[in-house]
Ligand binder design. Structure first.
Ligand code: ADE
Length: 250
């Protein structure tokens, strides 16, 4: 898998994506990341990539031409030339106006060969780039960032950790929050007692079947507390639904 990140701030990524698990996996070439400076695709001597919006209003808009030239140089096809919908690749545009990023989307993208991320900036990107190419406009949440770079880092991290061999123990990813439409169960580590607080006995039992059932119940309880909206689409057994209804008032 290769990530190509188109940005006005290439330095933003050199530290953030070189850390920890993702940085180590990149070093081991389990995937590749290429950082592309959008200004390299401007043609004037000032390397202009933005301009004022037609119709007035504040802010600046990323021009369509340097982006078109950049995507073309990377080998992506315009829709009129066949596009890329049928290929194992996606073009993502980070945007507060995009579809919400989710674990489901991270899984879908992790199965591709190539993902290019265009980091939006200023007021946004000239809408015609979305008409020219098959582009997924993606938001990481209902708030506005000052640029798309943090969103790109978030998405690369969530996607890359799902690439084979990146996680030492891929099975652990199956217990992650959102993998089964629930949040993850609470976890504990040594010491078994701290400040008078003890770890739930079930987790110390060594009985794996019991631990699985206990963790699932804890995940449902946490979900009900923090993200009740997720429970509507979660795959719950009749027994789990009964317990949930009985504890509704808690
Ligand atoms: N750019 C600005 N805000 C954003 C958001 N919430 N998600 C992705 N890109 C953005």
């Amino acid at each position: 898998m290769k990530f190509e990140i188109i940005t006005l701030f290439p330095d933003y990524f050199s530290l953030s994506l070189k850390q920890s698990l993702i940085g180590k996996a990149w070093d081991k070439k389990l995937f590749d990341i290429e950082i592309i400076h959008l200004r390299d695709f401007a043609t004037d001597k000032h390397r202009t990539v933005d301009d004022a919006p037609f119709g007035g209003g504040g802010g600046m808009v990323l021009k369509v031409e340097p982006l078109d030239r950049c995507l073309h140089a990377l080998g992506y096809q315009r829709r009129q030339d066949g596009g890329n919908a049928d290929r194992p690749e996606r073009i993502i545009l980070t945007s507060a106006a995009g579809k919400l990023f989710s674990q489901r989307r991270a899984i879908e993208y992790s199965l591709l060969e190539r993902v290019v991320m265009i980091c939006g900036h200023y007021l946004g990107v000239d809408e015609r780039i979305i008409e020219l190419y098959d582009i997924d406009e993606v938001s990481i949440g209902d708030y506005v960032l000052s640029g798309g770079e943090p969103a790109a880092v978030v998405m690369v991290d969530a996607i890359a950790r799902l690439i084979p061999k990146v996680l030492g123990n891929f099975e652990s990813a199956l217990d992650d929050s959102h993998m089964d439409q629930l949040v993850g169960a609470p976890v504990y580590t040594r010491d078994a007692e701290y400040a008078g607080l003890t770890v739930p006995e079930e987790l110390l039992s060594g009985n794996h079947a019991e631990i699985r059932i206990f963790r699932r119940a804890q995940a449902i309880a946490k979900c009900a507390k923090n993200r009740p909206d997720l429970l509507d689409n979660a795959d719950l057994t009749k027994q789990e639904l009964k317990i949930l209804n009985e504890n509704k008032n808690d």
